[in-house]
Ligand binder design. Structure first.
Ligand code: HEC
Length: 153
C-alpha cells in the first residue's frame, strides 16, 4: 500500500499535468526506512542497469559489450538471494509496494528472484554478441515484470 503524499494527491487532482506528475514520483519513498529502503535502492540499481543495457542491445545507443556485461552483472548481484534476503516476512510500511502474497507464496517469489539472476547471467554471457544480448535482455525484462505483476502493488 502506498501512502498518498501531498504530491501524489496533487498529481491525482491535476492528472495530465506533466510537471506535477514528474514531481510526484520523487518523494514517493521519502519515508521508507530499513529493509524496505534497502530493497527499493537495490531495485533502483537494477533499473539503472537495465536503462544502460536496453538502449544498447536495441541499437539506440552505440553497442558497448563491456558496459552491457557490467550492467548484467550488477543485476545478477542484486537478484536471487540478494533480493529474497531483503524481504523478511511481513516487512512492509506505508511506502512499500510489496504485497502480502510474497510471504503467502514464498517459493514462487524465490523462484522469480532466482530466474532474474539466471537471465542476468545469461545476458552477461551473451554480451559479446549484440543480437544474442538483445534476446537475453528481453527475457530478463520479462522476468522483472513477471515478479512485479504478481507481487508488487
Ligand atoms: C522476485 C520479485 C522481483 C523481481 C524478480 C524484481 N522485482 Fe522489482 N520489485 C519487487 C517488489 C516486491 C517491489 C516493491 C518493493 C517495495 O516497495 O517494498 C519492487 C520494486 C521495484 C522498483 C520500484 C522501486 C521504487 O522506487 O519504489 C523498481 C524500479 C524495480 N522493482 C525494478 C526491477 C527490475 C529492473 C527488475 C529486473 C531486473 C526487478 N525489479 C525484478 C519485486 C521484484
Amino acid at each position: 500500500m502506498r501512502a498518498l503524499t501531498l504530491a501524489s494527491v496533487a498529481a491525482l487532482v491535476f492528472v495530465g499535468g506533466p510537471i506535477l506528475l514528474s514531481v510526484s514520483s520523487v518523494p514517493a519513498h521519502a519515508e521508507a526506512t530499513g529493509v524496505v529502503k534497502e530493497r527499493i535502492e537495490s531495485m533502483k540499481a537494477m533499473k539503472t542497469a537495465m536503462k544502460i543495457a536496453g538502449p544498447m542491445v536495441k541499437g539506440v545507443m552505440t553497442y558497448d559489450a563491456a558496459e552491457v556485461k557490467k550492467a548484467a552483472e550488477t543485476i545478477a548481484a542484486h537478484s536471487g538471494e540478494a533480493t529474497t534476503k531483503l524481504f523478511p516476512e511481513g516487512s512492509f510500511d506505508l511506502e512499500s509496494d510489496a504485497l502480502q502474497e510474497i510471504w503467502d507464496e514464498w517459493p514462487r517469489f524465490e523462484k522469480l528472484a532466482k530466474d532474474t539472476q539466471t537471465k542476468a547471467l545469461a545476458l552477461a554471457a551473451f554480451s559479446a554478441e549484440q543480437s544474442k544480448a538483445e534476446s537475453s535482455f528481453e527475457a530478463l525484462n520479462k522476468s522483472c515484470k513477471a515478479c512485479h505483476r504478481a507481487f508488487k502493488d
